[in-house]
Write a protein that binds this ligand. Structure first.
Ligand code: X8Z
Ligand code: ZN
Length: 601
């Protein structure tokens, strides 16, 4: 999801007024008051309300038609927005010592930390930054491997092929798009860091960590704490999967005491492993259906997949998507032009003009991604009456967790209810069911964590262009136990081959979301009075749960996230216990399977 909020606007009435000699004199004569702060916020809100739809439309056009012209327009809009946001952040600082009401204080604080890539006040550098980010984004969107294949084709190959040579070729091929990004990326880091320092942060990473309603240093520890909770589960899964891959490809290719080569896990980035379920499925406990095959057998097309997602939200009591969603979304890859295929959800006018953009394929993966994206849209619509400064997730992990929470309710019972499968498999298939979920959700956790561990080191200077790539692989190995299948060339820039790096989307949100969605799911199932294992619970058709869910969504970012969490779950801390409870039967089974193996890497 692209976030426009807090990236600025062009009409700088307020700031111009504040910079005129007359008002400077006034300011010197009179300390700012609570009323001044309120007036400032009101003006900011007005400016952002004007800027937002204009910026959103420009970004939308670029993502749907990636051309030299649309890139140039985005660079301009983005420079305008950043300049505005930086000015507002600096203005907000003037009220640091003024006693103001809760909302004014919260909004002032949000203005100070809500910029993903701040620019220095120097106009030329701001322009350069905007051009760099727009170019990087387009380089990813239009990237092709030496055989002319785009990311979508290569992602499909990585999911389906079991030929290690073919997999390696695709893996290496996609990574040829990123070396030319490296220099631009390094310059981008330099400028954005300068911007962060002007705003009083050590670097951009420190600024990102400041956005969690707790001291920035505590947030780092919070992420580590959550990881420690789930690490044993991940290690068991890794051990089992490595053994199975050893059986399939040979232990010479997959040594049983080290990291797993990254091209064998069914995913271009080895971030979710669900596509190799067939290689690792528990022989005596299979799910009994293949959702991709079922979608195809039932002749689902792209739009019907989205309608099915909408139907789930409707069953919880959410109003149907507006007609304009269907008219304006991009649901199918166009044949004749370059688009940014990485899925995203948009709110164009902060009201009802919500849309998704994804090059949908008829697969179980994309069926889930549709729910993910719709979760963003329903969140955006739920908080659309709030101040524009509050139109965001309670924290960014919440925004990423909403649709995923719904997708956890895609259980066999639900699939039967909507006619996608004929029989609900018996409890004997539960280990298979859990395995399939764990391959996506548990395998993701260390990846979700390491991406921003890498970026934090890039922003604080611990990693430099010379060590960008080796630093990336050190973290991949440390957290994921995954390694590059071949030595990487000196100019390689493998992080750039992952959308969120050239796209500059912070990634810790996905790690948090993978914890939060289980916490939400568990709370929802308790609310629904469900008795039984969490992986069999679906909240489909439960209006009471839907109402409580909506109440949390309506809060947007107006309160600290701890309160939003409390409102829905009764807990005020993020906690991975629900992940452990959900996968407890699998953990037990994995430990039995792993007996005699030496796990870890
Ligand atoms: O980027 C996404 C979403 C859009 S916010 C499709 N995700 C991350 C990724 O693809 O790397 C969802 C899961 C993690
Ligand atoms: Zn998302």
């Amino acid at each position: 999801m692209r976030k426009f909020l807090l990236t600025g606007t062009t009409a700088l009435t307020l700031v111009l007024a504040a910079c005129s000699p007359a008002s400077e004199e006034k300011a010197a004569a009179k300390a700012p008051t609570a009323e001044d702060a309120k007036a400032f916020i009101a003006e900011v809100e007005k400016e952002y309300n004007d800027y937002y739809p204009y910026a959103a439309r420009t970004y939308w056009i670029q993502a749907n038609f990636v051309t030299v012209d649309s890139n140039a327009l985005v660079a301009k809009v983005s420079a305008e927005g950043t300049a505005m946001a930086v000015k507002f952040a600096n203005e907000a600082k003037k009220f640091n010592d003024v006693e103001v009401d809760f909302d004014t204080r919260r909004k002032l604080e949000l203005l100070k930390q809500g910029i993903t890539l701040p620019a220095p006040t120097d106009e030329a550098e701001n322009k350069e930054l905007a051009e760099l980010t727009s170019e990087l984004d387009a380089m990813y969107a239009t990237g092709k491997d030496p055989k002319g294949r785009n990311d979508r084709e290569l992602i499909k190959l990585m999911a389906e092929s079991r030929n290690p040579d073919e997999l390696l070729e695709a893996w290496e091929g996609w990574r040829t798009v990123s070396p030319p990004m490296k220099e631009k990326y390094a310059r981008m880091v330099e400028i954005a860091n300068e911007g962060a320092r002007e705003l009083g942060y050590k670097d951009v990473g420190a600024m990102w960590r400041a956005g969690y309603d707790m001291p920035a240093d505590e947030f780092r520890a919070e992420a580590d704490r959550l990881w420690e909770q789930v690490k044993p589960l991940y290690t068991s899964l890794h051990c089992y999967v490595r053994a199975k891959l050893g059986d399939k490809y040979g232990t010479d290719k997959v040594p049983q005491d080290g990291a797993i080569p990254a091209h064998l896990l069914g995913n271009m980035w080895a971030q979710q492993w669900g596509n190799i379920y067939d290689l690792v499925k528990p022989g005596d406990s299979d799910i009994g259906y293949d959702l991709t095959a079922r979608l195809k057998a039932k002749d689902y097309d792209e739009v019907q997949m989205v309608k099915t997602g909408e139907n789930f939200f409707s069953s919880l009591g959410f109003a149907p998507l507006p007609e304009t969603f269907w008219e304006r979304s991009l649901i199918k890859k166009p044949r004749d032009r370059e688009v940014q295929c990485h899925a995203s959800a948009w709110s164009i006018d902060n009201k009802d003009d919500i849309r998704i953009k994804m090059c949908t394929q008829i697969t179980a993966d994309d069926f889930e991604t549709i729910h993910h994206e719709l979760g963003h849209n329903y969140y955006q619509r739920a908080y659309n009456d709030l101040s524009i400064l509050y139109q965001s997730g309670a924290n960014d992990g919440f925004h990423e967790a909403i649709g995923d929470t719904i997708a956890l309710s895609i259980t066999p019972a639900y699939l039967k209810q909507i006619g996608l499968i004929d029989e609900v498999p018996s409890a004997e298939g539960d280990i298979g069911l859990l395995m399939s979920r764990a391959l996506d959700k548990v395998a993701f956790l260390p990846f979700g964590l390491m991406v921003d561990q890498w970026r934090w080191k890039v922003f604080n200077g611990e990693l430099t262009p010379d060590t960008y790539n080796s630093g990336w692989w050190e973290l991949r190995e440390k957290y994921q136990g995954v390694k590059a299948p071949v030595d990487r060339a000196a100019d390689a820039f493998d992080p750039g081959a992952k959308y969120h790096i050239p796209g500059n989307t912070p990634y810790m949100r996905y790690f948090l979301a993978h914890i939060l969605q289980f916490q939400f799911h568990k709370a929802a199932c308790e609310m629904a009075g469900f008795k039984g294992p969490l992986h069999r619970c679906t909240i489909y058709d439960n209006k009471e749960v839907g109402e409580k869910f909506n109440a949390m969504l309506e809060m947007g970012q107006s309160r600290p996230w701890q309160e939003a969490l409390q409102a829905f779950t009764g807990e005020s801390e993020m906690d991975a216990s629900a992940v452990l409870e959900y996968f407890a039967p699998l953990q037990k089974w994995l430990d039995e399977q792993n007996e005699g193996r030496s796990c870890g890497w």
